[in-house]
Design a binder for this molecule. Structure first.
Ligand code: SME
Length: 138
């Protein structure tokens, strides 16, 4: 594993690539487990509009639920979710993929789309593969 700034630069490049290459991805970012806090996510590198949700407790929103279950969470219509934190009124679909180190949840990749029903199984496979490799940066 490398130092934090080196890692964050690489995470940022992944966000940029995904946001620019996949048309339906409108916000792409990483949330990391805060080692200083009890079961809290802190916003890491991202591409897209700034969000108010820079810290998220485990269990809250789509991000917090993915942190708690340590499993990919796909939402095709955010309006149907009651445990959801809105970053922008334009967001319609979301996918959150965990990053694991030796099976333990350490971070997640969060992607928002302005298009309902836009998260495909191909996206999911690609993102899970990326997160599997991202693990080596930690
Ligand atoms: N929508 C997320 C919050 C993070 S923003 O999408 C960047 C959630 O419900 O956890």
């Amino acid at each position: 594993s490398s130092d934090t700034s080196d890692r964050d630069e690489k995470l940022y490049q992944i966000c940029q690539l995904l946001e620019s290459e996949i048309a339906v991805f409108d916000w792409v970012g990483f949330y990391l487990v805060d080692p200083e806090a009890d079961r809290q996510l802190v916003l890491g590198p991202y591409v897209g509009e700034p969000t108010d949700h820079t810290r998220i407790p485990f269990g809250k929103g789509i991000c917090g639920q993915a942190a708690e279950t340590n499993e990919t969470f796909v939402v095709q219509d955010v309006n149907k979710e009651d445990n959801y934190l809105a970053c922008s009124i334009h967001v319609k679909a979301e996918i959150v993929v965990p990053v694991k180190k030796n099976g333990e949840f350490i971070a997640e990749l969060d992607i928002d789309s302005h298009t309902k029903d836009s998260m495909t199984s191909e996206h999911r496979r690609l993102l899970e593969s990326i997160c599997g490799q991202v693990s080596a940066l930690f």
